[in-house]
Every structure is written in structure tokens, then in C-alpha cells.
Ligand binder design. Structure first.
Ligand code: IMP
Ligand code: MG
Length: 203
């Protein structure tokens, strides 16, 4: 095999993103394959009853859209907005920016998030959901950074276990940017260190 063929196996960062993205961690193809596998497990475990999917804004947008189109289940979809203060990489104080509207009492609920990091978000959201008395509740995350966990929580369905890198793309952001990248990539350190003005509207 020529050197060229070997080199092509390493996913290249498209020129458009080279300035900000150090490398591709999970390719578009790998994401698509794994999302279909997870959907199959969910479909098996949730069949027979109507499911309410509760998805956390905004990091789940791409994952959720890809996941639910594989689900051949009667389902309803709602969103909760959870945000940690600050636009950087550290989880701060959690604020609910959008509350659930659907009634989940006695329903089978699947909570979907982009990434399980310290676990603080998941713990707070689960507390809130459990108080609404669903019949059952399961959790699904695209990414799991187990090494960062401070809370006693784990997800029932996990797309990929990843090391402690700050990742962006496929819905995940840094200061609300990079959500549109079709792959999961590692941000250059220099981007993480840059001081950018807060993207949020002052209220
Ligand atoms: P936790 O509350 O610390 O588990 O953090 C969960 C939230 O932090 C996720 O829903 C993400 O919005 C954000 N987050 C954690 N790690 C990353 C990352 O590597 N890239 C982008 N967002 C992240
Ligand atoms: Mg998020």
C-alpha cells in the first residue's frame, strides 16, 4: 500500500476549519453509523408505548434530528433549555432557559443530551423530570467524558466514550460557535484561550 493511501485513513480537517480545529475526533460517517445503532437499542427498549423525548437545547440539535428519524415509534418531542452561566468551557451555575411543556406523568421518557461531562446538568434535569412522575425515564448522550465526572450519574445509552478534550461540532459549541461542523473535532488550544465578548443578549 502506498504512503498516500495510509495518510488518507486519518480524517483530514477541511480547509474551512483548519484555523480553529486541531483534528477530527469522530467523523461524519462514524457518527451516522453509531447513531443508527443507538436508535436500534432505543427502539427495542421503548417499543409498545408512546415515548416522550426530552432533549436539551441547543447542543443536541444534530444528534437528535439524526436519532429520531431512525425511530419507528410513536413519540412526542419537547425541549428543555439549560445553560450554565458564562460562554466558556467550565460549567457554572445552571439556569433553566426553557421549561418542559408536555405532560410526562405516567409516560416513558427518553432524556437526550449532547455530552455527559461533570454530570451536573444531567443530575439537575433528572431531579426536575422525576418530580413530574414519568412511568420510566432513560438517558441518552452522544458523548461521555467519564474522567470529568463529579456527580454520581451515568447514561443508559452512550454514543462514544471520549477523553478529556474540549470538543465541538455536530451540535456542540464553544461560545455558541461551531455547532454546524458535520464532525466532532478538537478545538485548537489557542481558540479556547481567546477572550471573545459574550454572545448572549443582556437581559
Ligand atoms: P455537565 O453539566 O458538566 O455534565 O456539562 C454538560 C454540558 O456542558 C453539556 O450539555 C455541554 O453543553 C457542555 N459541555 C461539556 N463538555 C463539552 C465539550 O467538550 N464541548 C462542548 N460542550 C461541552
Ligand atoms: Mg449544552
Amino acid at each position: 500500500m502506498s504512503d498516500g493511501a495510509e495518510v488518507r485513513k486519518v480524517p483530514r480537517v477541511d480547509n474551512r476549519w483548519l484555523k480553529d480545529i486541531e483534528r477530527v475526533l469522530i467523523t461524519q460517517e462514524h457518527l451516522a453509523h453509531r447513531v443508527a445503532e443507538i436508535a436500534q437499542m432505543i427502539q427495542r427498549d421503548f417499543s409498545g408505548r408512546e415515548t416522550v423525548i426530552v432533549s436539551l437545547l441547543s447542543g443536541t440539535v444534530m444528534f437528535l434530528a439524526d436519532l429520531i428519524r431512525h425511530l419507528n415509534l410513536p413519540l412526542r418531542l419537547d425541549f428543555m433549555g439549560v445553560s450554565s452561566y458564562g460562554a466558556g468551557t467550565e460549567s457554572g451555575e445552571l439556569v433553566f432557559t426553557k421549561e418542559l411543556r408536555l405532560d410526562v406523568r405516567n409516560r416513558d421518557v427518553l432524556l437526550v443530551d449532547d455530552i455527559l461531562d461533570t454530570g451536573k446538568t444531567m443530575v439537575r434535569v433528572l431531579e426536575k423530570l422525576k418530580a413530574l412522575h414519568p412511568r420510566k425515564i432513560r438517558t441518552c448522550v452522544l458523548l461521555n467524558k467519564a474522567s470529568r465526572r463529579t456527580e454520581n450519574v451515568k447514561a443508559d445509552y452512550v454514543g462514544f466514550e471520549i477523553p478529556d478534550y474540549f470538543v465541538v461540532g455536530y451540535g456542540l459549541d464553544f461560545a455558541e460557535r461551531y455547532r454546524n461542523l458535520p464532525f466532532i473535532g478538537v478545538l485548537h488550544k489557542h481558540v479556547l484561550g481567546e477572550k471573545t465578548p459574550s454572545p448572549y443578549r443582556k437581559t
